[in-house]
Ligand binder design. Structure first.
Ligand code: TRP
Length: 326
């Protein structure tokens, strides 16, 4: 049977953190055997919230190297940039006729972003970015899209656009399903629910052991646990959340010893940094390899863009035929 397709995408925001890994990348790596996968670097999407593009190229390369270092296989699945396959913007234009402004204004994700970033007047391209995202997905006829909760409304918009196109012009597109990431979000080093670059509370996939140690040392644990022997509450501790993910074999013991107080935060943090560093060591090593072999990285991208473009062109040909543009 033919493998189902997935299209996964991420905006290039530079070096990735362990939240990206747990929330997305790990899932993509797992899915690349089961599905025919396409991996999109959504560089045009960055413009929706940041017009300064000075660092976009470097951010793209940093993210791409992290993808490769973490285990995305560019032979199995092509990796490409939105800005280099013009069919994305072409399909975006057609799709922008298939949805109302009112529907886009009801999108909770854009509203939330505007609130978080204190944007008073939403630009046209920001309001419309789920349409470009629909084009990203449907250009490759994605049957499924691995996403976090916040992107589910965009997959719904994608389904609506696919349906509208198919009804109007004849069937070309599948109605893609969201594949929700299982693992809950990793908290940030400051105790925020989410690890994010803009909050400056991240552990990078490329952080060396000394950096991780220093970052964890400063992290806030249970404020009621001041000394060793004070009982702690692992359920509110971000270090414990990291143990759960990166130190599964010791997690029960840590939980019991934190609650009883036998385990102090200093030791617990040291243990956690060691486990994290051990986990990241092979990724860092591969990252260094790619940094020293940039030609290989550029070849991977060129190959991905060629393969991506081929599929994109086939879809656009079908679209034009169904629409009778000829
Ligand atoms: N909008 C997504 C985000 O902000 C990024 C993205 C762009 C995407 N195109 C995509 C995700 C296509 C999945 C599929 O995270």
């Amino acid at each position: 049977m033919k493998k189902k397709r997935i299209l996964s995408g991420m905006r290039p925001t530079g070096k990735l953190h362990i939240g990206h890994y747990v929330g997305a990348l790990e899932n993509w790596i797992r899915l690349q055997d089961e599905y025919e996968s396409f991996h999109l670097i959504a560089d045009y999407h960055v413009l929706t919230t940041d017009l300064n593009t000075d660092s976009i190229y470097n951010d793209t390369m940093d993210m791409l190297i992290d993808w490769l270092a973490a285990g995305l296989d560019p032979v199995k699945s092509p990796i490409f940039r939105q800005s280099k396959i013009k069919e994305h913007t072409e399909l975006n234009l057609i799709f922008s006729m298939l949805i109302t402004v009112n529907r886009l204004e009801r999108n909770p994700t854009v509203k939330e972003q505007a609130r978080a970033l204190h944007i008073e007047q939403v630009i046209y391209g920001h309001l419309g970015y789920p349409v470009l995202q629909a084009a990203d997905i449907l250009l490759y006829k994605g049957d499924a899209v691995p996403v976090g909760e916040d992107q589910v409304p965009h997959v719904e918009i994608t389904r609506e656009i696919a349906r509208k196109f198919n009804n109007q012009y004849g069937k070309v597109f599948p109605e893609p399903e969201p594949l929700l990431t299982k693992f809950p979000r990793l908290p940030g080093l400051d105790g925020s629910a989410k690890m994010s670059k803009s909050l400056g509370n991240t552990i990078l996939l490329s952080d060396e052991p000394e950096t991780i140690k220093a970052k964890l040392k400063k992290a806030v644990t249970d404020p009621q646990k001041i000394r060793r022997n004070d009982p702690g509450r692992p359920e509110i501790c971000l270090i414990f959340a990291y143990h759960k993910r990166f130190n599964p074999t010791e997690v029960l013991e840590i939980e019991a010893n934190c609650r009883s107080g036998v385990l102090g935060c200093v030791d617990c943090k040291l243990n956690c940094s060691e486990k994290l560093s051990a986990f990241l060591a092979p990724i860092i090593e591969k990252r260094k390899y790619y940094e020293n072999n940039m030609n290989e990285v550029l070849d991977i991208l060129a190959d991905g863009e060629l393969r991506g473009k081929k599929v994109a062109q086939e879809t656009m040909k079908e679209v034009h035929e169904k629409m009778k543009f000829g």
